[in-house]
Design a protein around this ligand. Structure first.
Ligand code: ATR
Length: 280
């Protein structure tokens, strides 16, 4: 019988996960089907119970349920607990276990892009202090071996809270957006985790790159558009541009591997996503 996988969120119609996951299930001849379920906020608990009743093998969780879902799981992995959000749930012999593959997916994508095994000797600046910044900061602090990870945010107190709550001390400091712009030359890697520049607001950018170092890497977790205004400016100034598609693909690939035990062909996944983004 076909195994069931899914993504839950609200709204969910825009999700590219079903295209990506069904293509790779097919590619590896796994008899499964991945479906997007839109669950209204007042029905979340019932919805998750329903998925469990169907003995679902695994599901992804997206906005706005990455925190809420934690109330309905049997176990939560340590990194996901620290991050405070779950994007992947795995049926482990009838027990539903929550993981967060966003941070790991991002880090793997970045390291592949940089062709390096770690971020050793690299100074990192994260823009933003929301949920995405939290997943990236905690994962990079735990596994990236960066020199330092600083946070720039519009609301300084939120950046400070984020740094203070990081379980691994990385001696990072907090900057305003203006301070970040002025001191940009210090950083080897600059990561935008805010939604500034995301479609349809494609003419917006979270900060000016006037002082970016040549050869630095500017990374955006946005993948629609693939090349944000920030990344366009990065290229114009001689920096390298790392797009958000890799994080999206890798978070899905890590989920797929947890569900099926099969290491997926990420090229197949990326091609499907690219094809759908180009159609939009
Ligand atoms: P997510 O879970 O996707 O990270 P979030 O938790 O709402 O989303 O966080 C959004 C982040 O983007 C925040 O850091 C926010 O800055 P504030 O803490 O000052 O609110 C940042 N952000 C959103 N819109 C912004 C804008 N127009 N300019 C600058 N920063 C913005």
């Amino acid at each position: 019988m076909k195994e069931l996988y899914s993504v839950i969120g609200y709204p969910i119609g825009h999700s590219l996960s079903p295209h990506m996951q069904n293509a790779v299930l097919n590619h590896h001849s796994i008899d499964g089907y991945y479906h997007a379920f839109e669950i209204a906020p007042e029905k979340v608990e019932e919805g998750i119970k329903g998925l469990k009743a169907l003995n679902i093998k695994g599901f992804n969780v997206t906005i706005p349920y990455k925190v809420k879902v934690m109330d309905f799981l049997d176990e939560i992995d340590e990194l996901a607990r620290e991050i405070g959000a779950v994007n992947t749930v795995v049926n482990e012999n009838g027990r539903y276990v929550g993981y967060n593959t966003d941070g790991d997916g991002y880090l793997q994508s970045l390291l592949t892009f940089l062709e390096r095994p770690s971020l050793q000797d690299q100074s990192v600046l994260i823009l933003g202090a929301g949920g995405a910044a939290r997943a990236l900061l905690f994962t990079i602090a735990a596994k990236g071996q960066a020199n330092c990870i600083d946070i720039a945010n519009r609301t300084l107190s939120k950046a400070q809270e984020l740094i203070t709550s990081c379980p691994i001390d990385n001696e990072g400091t907090v900057l305003s957006i203006t301070e970040a712009e002025e001191n940009l030359g210090r950083y080897d890697i600059i990561i935008n985790t805010t939604a500034v520049g995301m479609s349809p607001n494609v003419e917006e950018s979270p900060l000016s790159l006037q002082h970016v170092k040549k050869g630095a890497t500017v990374s955006d977790i946005i993948y629609n558009p693939l090349e944000t205004k920030l990344l366009r400016e990065a290229k114009e100034r001689g920096a390298l541009a790392h797009t958000g598609i890799g994080m999206f693909v890798m978070q899905g690939a890590l989920a797929f591997e947890k569900w099926t035990g099969v290491q997926p062909d990420v090229k197949v996944m990326e091609d499907v996503v690219l094809r759908h983004l180009q159609k939009k």
